[in-house]
Design a protein around this ligand. Structure first.
Ligand SMILES: C[S@@+](CC[C@H](N)C(=O)[O-])C[C@H]1O[C@@H](n2cnc3c(N)ncnc32)[C@H](O)[C@@H]1O
Length: 97
């Protein structure tokens, strides 16, 4: 049985802590203009929010509605360019436009 991330996120703010140094280092060294980034399985958005703070546009998708809720609330507080989609990535397909 799959781990219930939605229950974890429902009960625990910031459940997975800060992004890993390897992850943050990669994006900090990218040194590029604003990108469109897809975070597949974004959870509560710890990575998506970090990326958006660097000036990129991020779409985060997760099957957990509580994860998406928390990510969008944080993005709104900081006025970050983050779109959240609660969907199952095994069946989700992007809009054509
Ligand atoms: C280990 S967590 C990592 C979350 C996030 N990337 C992070 O580092 O904080 C895996 C995530 O994948 C999501 N997930 C698992 N299966 C999924 C599916 N079929 N579609 C969308 N999200 C899924 C879970 O809800 C969970 O948030």
């Amino acid at each position: 049985m799959a781990y219930d991330y939605d229950k974890l996120y429902r009960d625990t703010p910031d459940a997975l802590g800060a992004p890993s140094p390897a992850f943050t280092g990669f994006f900090e060294e990218l040194g590029t203009q604003s990108l469109d980034v897809l975070d597949a399985g974004c959870g509560q958005g710890r990575d998506a929010l970090f990326i958006a703070r660097l000036g990129h546009r991020v779409t985060g998708i997760d099957i957990s509605p509580h994860g998406i809720r928390d990510m969008l609330a944080a993005a709104q507080r900081e006025n970050l360019d983050v779109t959240g989609i609660a969907a199952d990535l095994t069946t989700w397909a992007p809009d054509k436009d």
